[in-house]
Design a protein around this ligand. Structure first.
Ligand code: ZN
Length: 276
């Protein structure tokens, strides 16, 4: 079995604050360490379960957080950015995808560092009327390439979000309970490593048996992106194919599911350059 791991940072064990996930901040090294901790727990579980190959995609911010020198030899690391498919770059031709260190969509209560790609820019995202965060959108791209999502780890909120979208056959692994956006009750690293290991093995059993969920939607894909300000929506209007739906919401319709990724990424980048 070929296993793919998309590794974000915010949902990792012990992480609660922007200071811990932003490059250049004093606590960033703690964030890196915990992302690596959770990712290696998943990698080692997949290898001991009997995976033939494991591909890890560094999916956080600049995507150069994971130190490849600390990885086992059987693992390939996708590192750096930009990447056309971003958090699921290289997912095609794998048998199961695992999302590690994920976080809930923007606007979720009691969810650690809830956001959708950009805290300062994105208020909400929908595809064909369904609210999606990063978990949903990355599951949609994986599904379009025929790859099931077999497991999601992060806080309790992202696990609930993932289960409600992907169904009960998804294995989830909650590692902390959010008390708010920047506070949580977290498991110890030792306990979370055990939980991740057990969950990965159950997830790969489910994938091997064809039980892991594959998210599909019918074309055409109508994507709505709502910004925090009208100025951000004005700037996003520069992206080809955008239509203004309302003051703060732009809409884009396509038959090609991967154009959603290009459009969202370009729109968020344009919107990010305007001030408040
Ligand atoms: Zn991240």
């Amino acid at each position: 079995m070929k296993v793919y791991i998309s590794s974000d940072m915010e949902g990792s064990t012990g992480i609660v604050s922007p200071e811990q996930v932003m490059f250049g901040k004093p606590e960033y090294e703690f964030g890196r360490r915990m992302q690596l901790h959770d990712t290696l727990a998943a990698v080692n579980a997949a290898l001991s379960w009997g995976a033939d190959t494991v591909t890890v995609n560094d999916s956080h911010d600049r995507m150069i957080n994971l130190d490849v020198s600390l990885f086992p030899r059987e693992v390939s690391l996708i590192t750096g950015s930009p990447k056309i498919l971003g958090m699921v770059e290289g997912v095609s031709e794998h048998d199961a995808a695992i999302f590690i260190g994920y976080h809930a969509m923007a606007g979720t209560e009691k969810a650690v560092l809830d956001h959708t790609y950009s805290t300062k820019v994105v208020y909400g995202l929908k595809v064909n009327g369904i609210k999606l965060g990063e978990t949903g959108l990355n599951a949609l791209f994986s599904g379009a390439l025929g790859v099931p999502v077999s497991m999601v780890s992060g806080d309790t909120a992202v696990c609930l979000e993932a289960s409600s979208l992907l169904g009960e056959t998804l294995i989830t692994c909650p590692l902390k309970d959010g008390l708010g956006r920047n506070a949580a009750v977290t498991r110890s690293p030792e306990e979370s490593a055990e939980l991740i290991s057990e969950s990965v093995k159950r997830a790969l059993e489910a994938a091997a048996a064809g039980r892991s969920p594959v998210l599909k939607m019918e074309a055409p894909y109508k994507t709505e992106l709502t910004f925090h300000t009208t100025a951000q929506a004005d700037a996003a209007g520069l992206v080809p194919g955008s239509e203004r739906m309302s003051g703060r919401t732009m809409v884009f319709t396509t038959e090609d599911i991967f154009e959603i990724r290009r459009w969202c990424s370009s729109s968020i980048d344009c919107a990010s350059i305007v001030g408040y």
